[in-house]
Design a protein around this ligand. Structure first.
Ligand SMILES: [Zn+2]
Length: 220
């Protein structure tokens, strides 16, 4: 081990990203591995994407870990998260995409947070799957946090027109795997999928780390 790594391990011992128990390497402890709320295919579809999947439900230790990742700058969690996501994509969405893109944050959010949480997840997924990452979308304007809004209509209105396709022909004729952190109502994913379809994408399927349990409770 390099001296710097040894020092970092001493200062920040590797822990389970979910329960924060000390581990030999950062990842998931056996207890969490056995007990995490597993999701898989997301049954409730959006208007503009044809399928969605998430390895986990957004609750308990998963929610706490996502909040630490986004708001306490635990960007190292992306490695463990994207590993779970890549396995899930392999199980639920195999053969349904040939390009990986993500839901970008606004420049203002990027400045404040210092990183784009969904880009890091997408980058990890792309590495695991041996595919390239395509920066297919840009956020045109800052939107207030969708998590502060109740209901799908309010959330859809908040993000309408907030994204645009980058570069001509990036997604034309391609089937896109669109990556984001959380599937709450699907409003943001659906709006991004709409923009990708308008830019010529053949199809869009979505992959998030976690999904709100109520999304899968809805009868379709
Ligand atoms: Zn754990």
């Amino acid at each position: 081990m390099k001296p710097l790594d040894a020092l970092l391990d001493l200062l920040f011992p590797p822990r389970c990203v979910f329960c924060r128990k000390r581990l030999g390497t950062q990842g998931i402890c056996p207890e969490c591995e056995a007990r995490l709320p597993r999701c898989g295919a997301v049954r409730s579809g959006g208007e503009f994407f044809s399928a969605a999947a998430a390895p986990l439900y957004y609750e308990g230790a998963v929610r706490a870990a996502v909040l630490r990742y986004k708001f306490k700058n635990r960007r190292g969690y992306a490695k463990t998260f994207s590993h779970l996501m890549a396995s899930c994509a392999g199980e639920e969405l195999a053969g349904q995409f040939d390009l990986i893109a993500w839901v970008p944050v606004s420049r203002r959010r990027l400045r404040k947070r210092g990183f784009d949480q969904s880009e890091l997840l997408a980058r990890g997924v792309a590495e695991q799957l041996g595919m390239e990452l395509t920066p297919a979308l840009r956020k045109r304007r800052h939107t207030g946090a969708n998590s502060a809004l109740e209901g799908r209509e309010a959330r859809a209105a908040n993000v309408l027109g907030a994204f645009e396709a980058r570069g001509p022909g990036l997604v034309r004729g391609r089937r896109v795997l669109l990556v984001d952190d959380i599937y709450t109502t699907g409003a943001t994913l659906s709006e991004c999928a709409r923009v990708l379809l308008m830019a010529g994408a053949e199809d869009v399927v979505c992959l998030t780390l976690a999904c709100a349990r109520r999304v899968n409770k809805k009868e379709k």
